[in-house]
Design a protein around this ligand. Sequence first.
Ligand code: ZN
Length: 143
Amino acid sequence: MAVLTKVKPTAETLFHIQWDWFRRNHVDTEVLLREQLCAECRQALDEGKLMGEVDWIDPDTGEVFRMDAVREAILSHCRWKPEYISATTPLITAVFRTLLANNNCPLSAHELAQRLTRWDPETILTVLSRGDVKWGITPTNGE
Ligand SMILES: [Zn+2]
C-alpha cells in the first residue's frame, strides 16, 4: 500500500477549484454557479437566456475555451462588477470567485492576497488549509 504524504501547503502552493469535489459531496454546481452571477445575469438565466455552451476567448492568451453559458457570463460580465467581490464578501467566497474569474487557473495564497487586498497570504492559507476542504478549493498537488 502506498504511503500518502501530505505536503504542508505554503503561501506559494497553488490552489484550484476541484470540480470533482462537488460531485463527490453531492453539491449541485449549477446552483452554486448561479449564486455567483450578478443580478442581471441571474435574471437572464431565469429567463432561459443563458443556455448551452458557448465559446469564451481568453483575453490574455487568445485561447478559446468551450464552456457553459453561465461560466462564460461570469468571465465576461459578472466578474467586472464591483459587487462580484465586495467589502463584505466572505474570504472563502472571494477566493472561489477569484479562481472562477481566473478560469480556474491555479493561484497561490500569495497571488490571491495580491488580488484580495483585504487579507494577507497567511490568513488565506490558514483558511484554505485548515480542516475540511471548502468549496472544492484544494492544492493542485494534493489529489
Ligand atoms: Zn453578469
